[in-house]
Design a protein around this ligand. Structure first.
Ligand SMILES: C[S@@+](CC[C@H](N)C(=O)[O-])C[C@H]1O[C@@H](n2cnc3c(N)ncnc32)[C@H](O)[C@@H]1O
Length: 256
């Protein structure tokens, strides 16, 4: 690890955008988008243990690990079962890109992004598998967490409960996809989890195509895990509507 005056520069930005492109992170080769918040919080708070649950291509864990490297101390635990939307038939609330299938592929991706070896430990596990083994593994308390795994209401509230029980208070917790449009169809439940916490915990949401919520916990709130929501009909209805329009267009050409 290297400590000192280092900060993110243009070559880091380019490498990050090529090696670990962000999904709805407001990042380009010229700006880190939400990454500025990830990076700045870690440089400011000087955490020892950061937890990231879920990442499609590794943008957030890579930026956070670079901040830890620039701090000169700290470790990042990354949990992602490496789901692949196409392969595993997952919807957009859960699916990933299969980026974390092997330790070699994981190591290569973070090395490409310029992250020094030894900062990130990846567990190819679901949130439930990981938290059930947390104490057995003797993992330390969490100083900062980013929740970006399965975004349905049940999993989002489960992640927040499990994280909040293990925080080294006071601590920040970030939740990605806080305002994503799929929250309105019921496919994502992050906004509902945040809504239930309003007035109980300090929170601010940064805008963007997904929305990033920043929560500050000063005590353990005893988060409730939501039940399974009823299946949403909005996306299937849109698909049927689209198929109907397409069929109408074909028929109109056929009978011309
Ligand atoms: C849609 S991606 C998140 C994309 C993210 N916004 C980004 O910028 O990369 C969701 C990730 O969560 C992971 N995931 C899905 N279900 C999970 C679970 N139960 N526990 C932990 N991670 C999960 C998937 O493997 C995937 O990589």
């Amino acid at each position: 690890m290297f400590a000192g005056d280092h900060t993110i520069d243009d070559s880091d930005l380019l490498r990050l955008s090529l090696c670990v492109p962000g999904l709805a992170q407001e990042a380009t080769s010229r700006t880190l988008g939400y990454g500025h918040l990830y990076y700045g919080l870690i440089r400011m708070m000087q955490p020892e243990h950061v937890l990231v649950i879920g990442s499609g291509f590794g943008f957030a864990p890579a930026v956070m690990a670079l901040a830890l490297a620039h701090n000169g101390h700290g470790h990042l635990t990354f949990v992602d079962p490496s789901m692949d939307g196409a392969r595993d038939g997952m919807n957009a609330a859960h699916g990933g890109q299969g980026s974390w299938d092997t330790p070699e592929a994981t190591r290569a991706r973070f090395a490409c992004a310029g992250v020094p070896e030894g900062i990130i430990t990846h567990y190819r596990e679901t949130n439930h598998e990981f938290f059930s083994r947390y104490e057995q593994r003797n993992l330390p308390a969490i100083d900062l967490a980013l929740i970006d795994g399965a975004h349905d209401e049940q999993n989002a509230s489960y992640d927040l409960r499990e994280v909040s029980q293990r925080l080294s208070l006071p601590a920040f917790v970030l939740m990605h996809d806080a305002t994503h449009w799929l929250n309105r169809t019921g496919h994502m439940g992050v906004s509902r989890v945040l809504g239930r916490l309003r007035g109980r915990v300090e929170q601010v949401t940064f805008p963007g195509s997904a929305g990033l919520a920043v929560l500050r916990f000063t005590r353990n709130l005893g988060i409730e895990v939501a039940g399974l929501p009823p299946p949403s009909v909005v996306v299937p209805a849109l698909a049927v509507f689209g198929a109907g329009l397409f069929a109408g267009w074909i028929l109109s050409r056929w009978f011309r």
